[in-house]
Write a protein that binds this ligand. Structure first.
Ligand SMILES: C[S@@+](CC[C@H](N)C(=O)[O-])C[C@H]1O[C@@H](n2cnc3c(N)ncnc32)[C@H](O)[C@@H]1O
Length: 274
């Protein structure tokens, strides 16, 4: 049931066209799109491509590695990995429309050969045991109620010694999150854990924790800089707001307020499959 609500929450119906309209309005040449043309809108998490680049550096895959992106969205992080490290990426996401948009964008920027997109759930991965050389997930776990299945499946499909990197929102100490937020309109299908609960869940699944980083200060700085840019230059033509529907601005404001009041806290956890 929660999975259906999650997919309905993220589905727009006309997302590919909305992205193309946004790119055209920003002056991009639609017939010759370059991978970095998509940077401002395709990373559906705070701090955008910068957060993806930091997470990717912790995995630093080789050319022969196959990496799994759990909750791959419209494929921005997968395309970043593929173009930066020339590795192979498999993305899996619950939302059919996001999977379709991801495949079409892969095609549009010439990265289809390196990236495979599957529709499915993080809690029942359709992959063999020990298949992947590394895995990552960004801003996905807050929609997943069954964290034991999520972390257990990630552990199962990784080869021994592989890295699992998570860049996630945790429940902070400042009180409950304010909604609508980018991942939930009203708090339904939102299952935030504290950092300690997340670490305990990963350890219970068999992972060894390598590092835990508080990205709260970087996230607050990002939101401040974003507000200053809007005050100076006006609203941007491109951004993840294109993915968030009619109440995108309100969701964006609440995402910032949640971080600034410590209601949510951005964390990065690097762990190793034992
Ligand atoms: C905020 S978006 C982040 C997308 C992507 N990771 C990124 O950072 O650009 C959350 C994504 O998680 C996906 N998702 C939520 N629950 C999921 C589940 N149980 N299995 C797979 N994907 C899921 C949603 O469909 C959505 O694409």
């Amino acid at each position: 049931m929660a999975d259906q609500e999650v997919e309905a929450h993220y589905s727009r119906g006309d997302l590919y066209q909305a992205i193309m309209d946004g790119l055209a309005a920003a002056g991009r040449d639609l017939a010759h799109l370059q991978p970095d043309d998509l940077d401002p809108l395709e990373h559906f998490h705070g701090r955008g491509v910068k957060a993806t680049a930091e997470l990717a550096a912790s995995l630093s895959p080789g050319r022969d590695d196959e990496i799994l992106d759990i909750g791959s969205g419209i494929g921005g992080p997968a395309r970043y990995f593929a173009r930066t490290y020339s590795c192979r990426v498999v993305g899996i996401d619950l939302t059919a429309e996001f999977c379709d948009v991801a495949r079409r964008l892969n095609q549009a920027v010439g990265l289809s050969d390196n990236i495979q997109i599957e529709q499915g759930s993080a809690t029942a991965l359709p992959f063999d045991d020990g298949r992947f050389d590394g895995a990552y997930t960004q801003n996905v776990s807050m929609n997943v109620e069954d964290k034991a299945a999520f972390f257990g499946e990630a552990h199962r499909v990784l080869r021994p010694g592989a890295t699992f990197a998570l860049s996630e929102l945790s429940q902070g100490e400042g009180g409950p999150a304010i909604y609508p937020a980018p991942w939930s309109d009203d708090g339904r299908y939102s299952f935030l854990l504290t950092e300690q609960q997340t670490v305990a869940g990963l350890e219970a699944a068999g992972f060894k924790i390598v590092s835990v980083k508080d990205n709260g200060p970087a996230m607050r700085q990002f939101f401040q800089a974003q507000r200053a840019a809007v005050a100076r230059d006006g609203a941007p033509k491109l951004g993840p707001f294109i993915l968030m529907g009619a109440n995108a601005r309100e969701k964006g404001r609440n995402a910032a307020q949640n971080q600034e009041e410590g209601r949510t806290r951005a964390i990065e956890i690097i762990c190793c499959r034992g």
